[in-house]
Design a protein around this ligand. Sequence first.
Ligand code: 6PG
Length: 476
Amino acid sequence: MNKEKKNQNAFGMIGLGTMGSNLLQNIADHGYSCAGYDIDSKKVDILNQLNRDSIQGFSDMNDFVKSLNSPRIVMMLVPAGKIVDGVIEELIKVLDKEDIIIDGGNSHFIDTDRHFLDLEKKGYHFIGMGVSGGEEGARRGPSMMPGGDKKAYKVVEPILKKIAAHVDSEPTVAYMGARSAGHFVKMVHNGIEYALMQLISETYEVLKNGLKLKDNEIHEVFEKWNEGRLKSYLLEITRDIFAYKYKGAKHLLLNDIKDEAKAKGTGKWTSQAAMDLNLPIPIIDIAVSMRDLSKYKDLRTKASQIYPNPKDSVYSVSSEKYIASLEEAFYFAMVSAYAQGMHLLYRANKEYKYGLNLDLIAKIWRGGCIIRSGFLEAIYTAYKKNSKLKHLFLDNDIHDSLVKSIPGIRTIVSDAARHGIAVPAFSASLGYFDNFRSEKMPANLIQAQRDYFGSHTYELRGKEGVFHTEWEETNN
Ligand code: 6PG
């Protein structure tokens, strides 16, 4: 079964968890002989028990490395942070210069920059690669966002192209750009993922607690939406979640699940990176904050006892008509969530000189990844038409569809506010839009206030320079 093979394997994987093991099987399916290594011998046994001639599991790092042909291609799929640091340290003791190391996990882009520079100095080739698609994606075709050493990418490209998902016969993988570009793009992907998941959850809130729809009716709404312009992987799985019952149970499994959401941190990193670049992505920020708020169950429970719902918390509208407005609102907010993510990529590209192509990013997100959706085709078209597009809202076609959905978002946000239904991400999408379309914002007052209390100075319209006023004295 586990025959000794030296210098024969084309690809090595470190980390045989769900993602590592499935990706390795995917690579083997495409005719490559593969080696897997894990510190946990049980995971190695599970891999070897697959009994596949083209897959060998190892619990000894030296044997694992010896089994690979040169230049060796070794991918890590291990938890981000210290574990990645440790594995790289171990690896370079046993690899040769010219070998290729790929970090396929959700590493923070700052760590990836550090790894890239360090390994480059030492003569190794390093690729930081975002991999999206979860377990099923890894097994049947993920979307992959590699960045870093371009020459090394060219060596692994044929394998990655084969194992990726395909849209219109084109693989959902492409070289993103320099250094940490791949992990930066994947981080923003996850930020958008957080925003879309929050918007879907708020939709659920309006349907369940505003319109008082039953679970099967909510299932039908998501089913219908998923057949139209909102078609997306996340709505597809939501539709299925609203149909899932334990065997013999009368109610949905969903209703037994705690309302406290966990997060591994990529959403928070997106918000932090955006703040560092002074680039607003409020829907993503809100999505991160609301996951955090969900964890304060005790506080929320106490507050719910002293701040009851408004008397008219149930909507008195015709559900059918209202759901059409909700669909418009969802479309509006979804466009805004992608637009904010793309804007962040645009800004980061300028700052970090990654060499990103936004059209290519939209192109490889159309399949395999968690945020894949019909709308990504429109994003791809917009950036293909104009690679210098500064913001998606400025694209003509997107403008036209966005304008049509404004009545919907205004209805949903204002009704929710009146009825005490929380839709912070929908609200953020509208607030962002209303400021984005304002030639004049009230920020002149903020300038005046800063100067008043801190002599921070202000700038004047139509006049060069900065100015300061002794505000208390000038009040004649
Ligand atoms: C993907 C997912 C994947 C992971 C999320 C979960 O693209 O396949 O984004 O990377 O499931 O990172 O993230 P949270 O634990 O932060 O929700």
